[in-house]
Design a protein around this ligand. Structure first.
Ligand code: MSP
Length: 536
């Protein structure tokens, strides 16, 4: 067995985003959550792979390219680069960025569709239905009627289409899929979403079109991957897009990551991921993902974000927040306050300031500054000697710290990332309470008590070091800054948290520097930071 194969793998994905739009908070959120999940997994010593990317064969890409007088691929290149940059700017640690126009993807898509055809799961037939051009999908007659023949998502007109298409025999997999979902309660999360999907499957699955006929006069129909052996049809963008999760890792070096542990998505695209994709995988004889996690939406200051309201938290706004508070603060807010459950989350400036101050400025930041300040004052900035002690009164620090780490990892494993990160905040708050109770600043007035002060401050600094390890997946820049100030040589990519979080990591005598505030307190009365340029 090689060392790689003996390590457990972890594979997390995000949706691949349409390149006709600019990145905004929604895209950044899903990718940040995946980033934090991947960082937790790596930190526990797992061999993790984190994939994100762009979905480029949509019809609306052709339309936007035309409007901007460029070719579809030029448009895709330009916008894919923006997504890639936005995620890099937010310090996302994705291992790859897949684009569906890349040959490594298009070739695989054709090969997989050919395999489904060989299996007898694809046939030619006629399809008549209501198409939602703004979402690139058909809606059922019922849904169309319910929404007055407008898109249930965007409100734009639905179009009646009749097409000769290749179909995938989705209906053939209904029982197998139901059995899988019933047997694996964690397959669709959260619970409410699982029930939604189960209800709809029980209503019956219908075969789905997987191609569009090429029409000489319609440029949109000339953009996309051709059906294998049939140049008169192109593969429907959704079928092409879903396959990215497999094509990116279908290489000798990466196949070990299959199947994905988590496909992270939002509620808008649950059906594709929880029903169509698993059935395609069954047809291909491939293992199903461990979990499809569908979060809810960000709204802004109490209102749904929309093009017509022009109120998206867009990249210029995100940049303004990162410039003012630091990108870690933005990451922290999104990941700890985001809509992981059934409800939408509000991006309200007042809430941002409240959480930033409570968790970061007055929480971890203030505790670190108090402790390093006292070490500077009473011990000349040298880490004091714990005198072999790990407890003080009823504080058993190694036990408190290891419980925090254990809880955090267990929660991260369940995708409860806010809960995991909160363990770090809690530990930092315990340090604060400990200082309040033991009052080392008073003890220090009596020189004979200095050894005791040293014991207390060592315990504080060591507990904060461990709290910063727990918070690192969300605030990697600031955590690294704490480690630098505490003279710790920590590389989360190399050493697991279990090892790093052992009590006693700080070495007496090593320098502990206070430095500038890690997180400047925010003034709740100050207005939200203004984007530098007007949003598009
Ligand atoms: N291209 C398809 C996905 C194909 S995956 C095989 C697509 N792209 S998208 O650009 O529209 O992105 C949708 C995803 O963006 C959502 O599932 C979610 O991850 C994210 N978000 C978009 N708006 C959002 C919010 N307002 N709030 C949170 N996330 C949202 O669909």
């Amino acid at each position: 067995m090689t060392s790689q194969s003996s390590q457990s793998t972890y594979y997390v994905t995000t949706p691949i985003y349409y390149v006709n739009d600019k990145p905004h908070i929604g895209h950044c959120y899903t990718t940040l959550v995946a980033d934090v999940a991947a960082r937790f997994a790596r930190f526990t010593g797992r061999d993790a792979f984190f994939l994100t990317g762009t979905d480029e064969h949509a019809e609306k890409v052709v339309e936007s390219a035309q409007k901007n007088s460029v070719t579809p691929i030029q448009w895709a290149d330009q916008n894919a680069a923006e997504f890639e940059k936005a995620f890099a700017d937010l310090n996302c640690s994705n291992d790859d960025f897949i684009r569906t126009t890349q040959p490594r993807h298009t070739e695989k898509v054709q090969a997989y569709i050919a395999r489904m055809q060989e299996k007898g799961d694809v046939y030619l037939g006629d399809y008549v239905g209501w198409f939602d051009p703004s979402q690139e999908e058909y809606v059922t007659e019922n849904v169309a009627r319910e929404h007055d023949y407008k898109s249930p998502v965007t409100g734009r007109d639905l179009v009646k289409r009749t097409e000769r298409n290749y179909f995938f025999k989705l209906s053939a997999y209904q029982e197998q899929l139901l059995a899988h979902i019933e047997k694996n309660p964690g397959f669709i999360k959260p619970e409410g979403r699982r029930n939604e999907v189960l209800g709809r499957i029980r209503d019956g699955l219908q075969d789905v079109p997987i191609s569009r006929a090429v029409d000489e006069n319609d440029p949109a129909s000339q953009w996309g991957i051709l059906m294998p052996e049939d140049p008169t049809h192109r593969i429907y963008v959704w079928i092409d897009a879903l396959i990215n999760y497999r094509s990116a890792v279908d290489t000798d070096e990466r196949r070990r990551y299959w199947p994905a542990d988590v496909h992270l998505i939002a509620k808008d695209i649950l059906w594709f991921h929880a029903v169509i994709w698993p059935c395609m995988l069954m047809s291909l004889g491939l293992e199903l993902p461990g979990c499809v996690y569908a979060h809810s939406y960000w709204i802004r200051e109490g209102r749904k974000m929309s093009k017509s309201l022009g109120n998206f938290v867009d990249l210029p706004t995100i940049d303004a927040y990162c410039d003012k508070f630091g990108r870690d603060a933005f990451r922290w807010f999104l990941v700890t306050q985001g809509p992981m459950g059934a409800n939408d989350s509000d991006f309200a400036h007042s809430k941002f300031v409240e959480v930033y101050n409570a968790d970061l400025a007055n929480g971890m930041g203030n505790a670190a500054s108090r402790v390093s300040n006292m070490i500077g004052k009473y011990f000349d900035g040298a880490c004091p000697d714990p005198q072999g002690r790990t407890t003080w009164d009823d504080y058993d620090w190694p036990a408190l710290a290891s419980a925090a780490v254990e809880n955090a990892l267990a929660r991260a494993d369940e995708m409860d990332l806010p809960g995991a990160l909160a363990e770090g905040v809690k530990l930092a708050a315990q340090v604060d309470g400990f200082i309040h109770k033991t009052e080392p600043f008073k003890l220090a007035r009596d020189e004979s008590k200095l050894p005791d002060v040293g014991v207390i401050l060592y315990q504080c600094a060591e507990a904060l070091r461990i709290a910063s390890l727990i918070m690192w997946p969300a605030i990697p820049d600031r955590a690294a800054e704490i480690w630098k100030r505490f003279s710790c040589d920590i590389d989360p990519a190399r050493v697991s948290i279990a090892e790093l979080a052992q009590w006693g990591g700080l070495k007496p005598g090593d320098s502990i520097v206070k430095g500038d505030p890690l997180f400047m307190r925010a003034d709740p009365k100050e207005a939200a930071p203004e984007p530098a340029e007007a949003s598009a």
